[in-house]
Ligand binder design. Structure first.
Ligand code: PMP
Length: 303
């Protein structure tokens, strides 16, 4: 039996239902998270990557929307761990918590409604390709602006922007879309942050570029500095700087580290996965799979 968490209880997932009149279902007024747990077959252990950090971000995002889950990051981490123990996966797993407006009230607003909280888990392999290199295209859809729907937060309704861009990208034969901001600078992918490599340095859009404050982004900045001695510059990046980059990759909890080999039908670098990208990817997978003792504080064992 697979369980979900809803209204303070663990219930069979097929019984974890909310009303079609629910406010968040109607208006996209929720905050969600995406967390990965990696199965380590040698140690027969499931490691959740940066569990507490994900719930810290969720609580920060809830503040923006005036949602109040009524639990702190430790309590939420415990619920996630207990849910995983109940479902007992022995495979790579995705954890999806969501805070929502727990009311059938008509009208989009964040005052006068209680907050609900739910969570489920599903098995998840690669979300996008990580081994052969992906082809991306700039989207004709601009990234949602901080003064419309804050991209900094994982707002459910904000993902209409991602869905439009991803759909267009797939229909044009690309694997993923890259957004520009309203000001015309590179923002991020539909569900990933972006890094460029030029002259041996990492470059990524600053937090001011309408991006999600990615946990993988932060992880990679730290791993590159600590393990490879590579600093990351956070600054505005024009569209054509990606065309002339030596290497580039997307990153995220779902995407992990996904090298890009083509942008807008132009080969990126020499059109093959770059050496620094390959190093960062290998390091990232070692860390999340528990093969780097130095970073074991980022892993929460479930069993
Ligand atoms: N940007 C967007 C729009 C996303 O949905 C995600 C996935 N959560 C990311 C970036 C990457 O964030 P993280 O590394 O925290 O998963």
């Amino acid at each position: 039996m697979t369980y979900a968490y809803l209204k303070g209880q663990f219930v069979p997932v097929d019984q974890a239902k909310i009303s079609i009149q629910n406010n968040t279902f109607q208006y996209g007024t929720g905050i969600f998270e995406g967390i990965r747990a990696y199965w380590n077959p040698q140690g027969r252990q499931l490691y959740v990557f940066r569990l507490v950090e994900h719930f810290c971000r969720m609580l920060r995002n809830c503040r923006v929307l005036k949602l109040n889950i009524g639990k702190d990051e430790k309590e939420l981490s415990e619920i996630a761990t207990e849910l995983l123990r109940k479902n007992h996966p022995e495979t790579d797993t995705y954890i999806r918590p969501i805070a929502y407006v727990d009311s059938d009230g008509l009208g989009p607003k964040f005052v006068g409604y209680p907050t609900g909280f739910a969570m489920y888990t599903i098995p998840l392999g690669d979300y996008i390709d990580v081994s052969s290199g992906i082809k991306v295209g700039f989207s004709s859809w601009r990234r949602i602006n901080d003064n419309t729907i804050p991209a900094r937060c994982k707002v459910t309704g904000g993902y209409v922007n991602s869905a439009l861009a991803k759909t267009e990208a797939l229909e044009h034969g690309y694997d993923e879309a890259i957004f520009l901001t309203e000001n015309g600078f590179i923002s991020e992918g539909s569900a990933e942050n972006i890094f460029l490599i030029r002259g041996g340095k990492l470059i990524t859009p600053a937090l001011s570029e309408d991006i999600l404050e990615g946990i993988t982004r932060e992880t990679i900045i730290e791993l590159a500095r600590e393990e490879l001695g590579i600093e990351t510059v956070e600054r505005p990046i024009g569209r054509t700087e990606l065309y002339v980059a030596d290497e580039a990759f997307l990153c995220g909890t779902g995407a992990q580290v996904s090298p890009m080999i083509e942008v807008d039908k132009r080969p990126l670098g020499n059109g093959r996965i770059g050496p620094i990208t390959a190093k960062i990817q290998a390091l990232y997978f070692d860390v999340v799979k528990g093969k780097q003792k130095k970073y074991s504080h980022w892993l929460a064992p479930v069993y």
